[in-house]
Design a protein around this ligand. Structure first.
Ligand SMILES: [Zn+2]
Length: 109
């Protein structure tokens, strides 16, 4: 809260400063533990396939609950870039959809 007030004050004085502040927050939205090693583990678990369409290229890790700080393997799933983009709309739908897939992964494996 305190920071938000500070930002507004800075913004009115210096727009550039305000912009930098925003970038800093954005950078921090991915915790340092969300690294290549963890991504690799998730991809391996998912057989290097998009868990929606089966694509094997342009793979990314999606946060099922849209919380970038939640690094539980239950919250991470391998998706290709295009399925990942689709998940930015109808979030409630996709969240349920991918949670269902994760449950299957862990009940079988
Ligand atoms: Zn896909």
């Amino acid at each position: 809260m305190r920071k938000e007030i500070d930002m507004k004050e800075n913004c009115s004085e210096d727009l550039e400063n305000c912009f930098d502040w925003g970038k800093e927050i954005f950078k921090e939205s991915y915790p340092p533990d969300f690294n290549e090693g963890l991504k690799e583990e998730i991809k391996q678990r998912d057989g290097y396939e998009c868990q929606n369409c089966g694509a094997t290229e342009r793979l990314d890790i999606h946060h099922i609950d849209y919380n970038k700080g939640n690094l539980s393997p239950w919250n991470l799933i391998t998706l290709c870039k295009s399925c990942n983009m689709k998940a930015n709309h109808n979030k409630t739908y996709w969240k349920k959809f991918y949670q269902g897939i994760i449950k299957e992964i862990y009940s079988v494996g």
